[in-house]
Design a protein around this ligand. Structure first.
Ligand SMILES: [Zn+2]
Length: 79
């Protein structure tokens, strides 16, 4: 975990449960992860393991191997 945020130089960094947004086609899937987050600017710090995990999850999602539950809708405005 970095001692100081590289974006805003705050030392208010602690591990948090957050949801990473992964895009699969036109859909967005929330993937729960545990990463250090800057409490001041919200910058997330991904370690190698987390990056790898997200890559694996994304591949499984694209292959349709992961059961999903709909929690909302992504909408767009037609002009
Ligand atoms: Zn920061």
């Amino acid at each position: 975990m970095p001692l100081e945020c590289i974006v805003c130089h705050s030392d208010d960094i602690c591990s948090k449960d957050v949801k990473e947004e992964v895009k699969v086609g036109l859909d967005i899937v929330y993937v729960p992860i545990h990463v250090p987050v800057c409490g001041t600017c919200g910058e997330r710090y991904y370690d190698r393991q987390t990056m790898q995990y997200l890559e694996e999850v994304t591949q499984k999602l694209k292959a349709g191997e992961t059961p999903l539950r709909e929690v909302g809708k992504v909408l767009t405005v037609d002009i």
